[in-house]
Design a protein around this ligand. Structure first.
Ligand SMILES: CC(C)(COP(=O)(O)OP(=O)(O)OC[C@H]1O[C@@H](n2cnc3c(N)ncnc32)[C@H](O)[C@@H]1OP(=O)(O)O)[C@@H](O)C(=O)NCCC(=O)NCCS
Length: 159
């Protein structure tokens, strides 16, 4: 899928699509590079090998999906949806990361929309995500219709 005209000039060569196994190395790099901004209290300092193993296992789970954006040969953004472990929701959105050099160009919004499209197509009726400490991300999700559900400690969206 090639990104639509809504993306600003200068980024026309971007391509977005579902992940392939050979994206795992670069997704790992993005997670390690951006994870602390999402929530520094997590143990983002797990080794690269740990993330690669986790992603390789995840790759074979048909409910776990990453959408990625590539600029030429470089993967610059990723976002994922998995099955929610919480009772009241179908999907769990996680790992929404945009390479710092590619931010403020609509990729964060785009990549989140793509995983939501995937979730809907997979039959999910609602998704949740952990409440990030990142105010930019919180604002983005609020703008996309997510609401804070204090009782579950998540931001949630029903389709
Ligand atoms: C949050 C993140 C994904 C946003 O990516 P992005 O590509 O810069 O976001 P977009 O360009 O799509 O911007 C979306 C909205 O966020 C807001 N925003 C983005 N960057 C902002 C900034 N630096 N200051 C203020 N608002 C900002 C804007 O309101 C923007 O909406 P607009 O384009 O209609 O004005 C990115 O900053 C990131 O990877 N952060 C670190 C990891 C993280 O916290 N991930 C989210 C939790 S999983």
């Amino acid at each position: 899928m090639t990104i639509a005209a809504a993306i600003p000039r200068g980024l026309e060569k971007l391509v977005d699509r579902g992940w392939l196994r050979n994206d795992i190395r670069r997704i790992t790099e993005l997670i390690i590079r951006c994870g602390e901004e999402y929530n520094p209290s997590y143990n983002w300092r797990r080794s690269e090998a740990w993330y690669r193993k986790w992603l390789s296992e995840t790759f074979t789970d048909r409910w776990h999906y990453f959408h990625v954006v590539r600029s030429g040969r470089v993967l610059v953004a990723a976002a994922a949806v998995a099955r929610s472990k919480l009772e009241n929701y179908d999907g769990h959105i996680h790992s929404v990361f945009v390479d710092p050099e590619f931010r403020r160009r609509g990729l964060g919004r785009l990549i989140t929309e793509r995983v939501l499209q995937h979730a809907r197509a997979a039959g999910m009726r609602s998704v949740e995500m952990e409440i990030t400490i990142n105010p930019i991300a919180r604002e983005l999700y609020r703008d996309m219709g997510f609401v804070v559900v204090q009782a579950d400690d998540v931001m949630a969206l029903s389709f």
